[in-house]
Design a protein around this ligand. Structure first.
Ligand code: PLP
Length: 367
């Protein structure tokens, strides 16, 4: 049985007609940049996230970068973040001229450990960039308390957590700004690249709008150095249709996760933890396998089951960050997780019999 990691065709099948019609209509209008669908989708996203503003951009990476810039992060600043994340998180800090400062993770959630943050704060620290990895929120009250004490900004990387509720509130609405990604495999994916900055602060939203469009304040008048980073009208039209299904898809991911948990219970496999302060939107279902991770990944691949390792090498050990001066042993929890994590196929359309088969194949290796 071949089981893909994500299955977008199955997801799109029931809404293909509606999506095709929406794309056709944009083509007919000819308004490919800043067509009316863009503002409509921004309004819908702000409403969904419970924020006052939403500013669409060209990717999740740009959403982080523009959120940081719009919160005033600049050359010489330090931003505290996790080493156990996708490189876009730290790359964007550097693109702003700032320096990423890593804090180790909590091995149970794989998210930044709030207890590791305070000792890293210096005069240069301007912000904390928590990443809600796999769709599980960070421990935000603790992070917010530190940010308040030291007057730091919080920019949330919500690329994997759209739809996750921290104490009843959407991730992205908890700090000064949140960054969403619409990369196809995320909880809400478009037909290419896309992203969004969400915020409750009108000044931050205004700045984000200027940054995404060349620094333009009015036609051919520029107040700062900006970027070409706009969400295509076609992508906005697709996303508007898909957003209506997001909560249902997340519920299906949660059901699939419970099914996985059931078949993996009482084994040496460590299933994803779920803290009481958050829901889990399961962008990824990530287990930990002490000792046999690589062997099990290979054996699943032989059976046609696609899995991924998020992430095989923590950022502080990456060649590109040699100049930051970190070494093996600096972040033991991140280093432990990089050797044990395995993300299993996860998408709303996953069937119980597929999950059962995947779990049987895993347990075959454990004996
Ligand atoms: C996907 C992802 C990003 C980047 O989003 P893109 O839309 O691919 O640019 C940033 N951070 C994390 C944690 C991600 O998973």
């Amino acid at each position: 049985m071949q089981i893909p990691f994500v299955d977008l065709n199955t997801q799109h099948k029931p809404i293909r007609k509606e999506i095709d019609a929406a794309i056709k209509s944009v083509i007919k209008s000819g308004k490919f940049i800043f067509g009316p669908e863009v503002e409509k989708f921004e309004k819908e996203t702000a409403e969904y996230c419970g924020t006052k503003f939403a500013v669409s951009v060209a990717s999740g990476t740009d959403a982080i970068k523009i959120a940081l810039l719009s919160c005033g992060i600049e050359k010489g600043d330090e931003v505290i973040t996790t080493p156990f994340t996708f490189i876009a998180t730290s790359e964007t800090i550097i693109l702003c001229g700032a320096k990423p400062v890593f804090a180790d993770i909590d091995p149970s959630t794989c998210n930044i450990d709030p207890a590791k943050i305070e000792s890293l704060i210096t005069k240069k620290t301007k912000a904390i960039l928590p990443v809600h990895l796999f769709g599980h929120s960070c421990d935000m009250d603790k992070i917010k308390k530190i940010a308040k004490k030291y007057n730091l900004k919080i920019i949330e990387d919500c690329a994997q957590s759209m739809g996750t509720l921290y104490k009843g509130k959407q991730t992205g609405s908890l700090g000064n700004a949140g960054a969403l990604s619409f990369f196809p495999s995320k909880n809400l994916g478009c037909f290419g690249d896309g992203g969004m900055v969400v915020t409750n602060n009108s000044e931050t939203a205004e700045k984000a709008k200027i940054f995404r469009n060349h620094g333009q304040i009015k036609k051919y008048h520029y107040s700062l150095h900006g970027y070409n980073s706009r969400l295509d009208t076609i992508q906005a039209a697709v996303l508007s249709i898909k957003l209506k299904h997001l909560n249902k898809w997340i519920e299906k991911r949660q059901t699939a996760a419970l099914t996985y948990n059931k078949y993996l219970a009482n084994t040496e496999i460590i299933t994803p933890s779920s803290a009481p302060y958050t829901t889990h939107s399961f962008n990824y279902y990530t287990i930990k396998i002490p000792g046999k991770r690589n062997q099990i990944k290979e054996s699943l691949a032989e059976k046609g089951i696609y899995t991924e390792i998020y992430y095989p090498l923590s950022l502080h050990l990456q060649e590109v960050y040699k100049n930051l001066g970190y070494k093996l042993g600096d972040f033991p929890n991140a280093e432990l997780c990089q050797n044990e994590v395995l993300s299993l196929p996860m998408h709303p359309e996953l069937k119980e019999k597929q999950i059962k088969y995947i779990c049987e194949c895993i347990l075959d290796n454990i004996g």
